[in-house]
Ligand binder design. Sequence first.
Ligand SMILES: [Zn+2]
Length: 409
Amino acid sequence: MTALVLKNVGVLDTESCEVTRYDNVVLEGGKIVEINTAPTSEDGKDVIDCGGLTLMPGLIDCHVHINMSSWSTPQNAALHNSLVAARATRILNGMLMRGFTTVRDTGGADKGYVIATDEGTIVGPDLVICGKMLCQTGGHQDVRAKWDNQDPEYLRFQLGSKSHMCDGVPEVRKAVRQEIRAGADYIKIIANGGLAPTGVPINHLAFSEEEIAAIVEEAAIADTYVAAHAYTDKSIERCVRLGVRTIEHCVFVSEETAQMMKEKGCIAVPTMATFETLEGKSSSMTPEQQERARQARESAYNAMVILKEAGVPMAFGTDLTHISLHHHQSDEFTYRSRVLPAKDVLQSATINAAKVLRKENELGNVFVGAKANLLLVEGNPAEDVTLLSKPDNMKLIIKSGEIVKNTLN
Ligand SMILES: [Zn+2]
């Protein structure tokens, strides 16, 4: 791969949120190798004049489901594996073209996608996966119909299913080991119900404390961590106390629990895009369910304020499902900016997200040695983060040192 010189750039430091003008940034071997204040030799290198635009790290979404293309989780779980994979390819490509150069799948994606993306068969973001999410019998992701008593083991082998069903300490331990063996980078659990009209009520907890503690221990044995789908304060409190590291959705968190999250070093991953697009599903909801969804959305905004006040780091997540909704991924920047400063929102999709992935040494900022996942944008997203909600504003998208989009003339 020929080295690439990006000339005449303003580099956005996502830590300080300052933009500093540099003469050039040099990429080679998929990494940033130089950031220079003076001109460098251009012999044998490709050169792009960036016209003084802002260079920033590629975006990271910490909560996606690349296999979800249908409204309904049970319907999605029943799709052909080939159809799920074909649609996921399109979903992944869309994410990359919105500037997301890394995504963390929070249930469903398998190692095949990681290999396909790494080798370039799929043109998409780098993927971090948990395999299937662990769910107890009768839990939020037990997608079997009530009359269906067949062994749920088959759900592990449906690509469109997100669940790995397990009950009791020996089974949950084995489930973690199976997911790690299959290539999971971290472990995801379902720790309470959800908002789906026909699903498990939100106030139902899931897994005993013994089971959660065993899952956390097994993940730690494999040098990784646990993420939990947790809405209610009780569920969040339990997960945090038992050693879960990232709290997904985190809708009804109290000030007290947020304080504990801070003390324990937890990271919250709010997912506003999914709440903001619930209307699309409203035809299948009763007025009462619509009202509950509205309340959850309001609480989710309020939760971000509580988390900020407690000093809990937040990472960027979207959690979109139907194939027609994935384009709302970038709107998450606009939603969050209603209650949070631009700087915080920018950091959620860069340095904080890199922390979630435990990849601060290569992602989330522009520095020598970082992976060359970069965006060139107009304006300063640290001042107006809604600029990142407009993919047209991204003139250049680079992943692993290779240009995937270039609309500079
Ligand atoms: Zn999710």
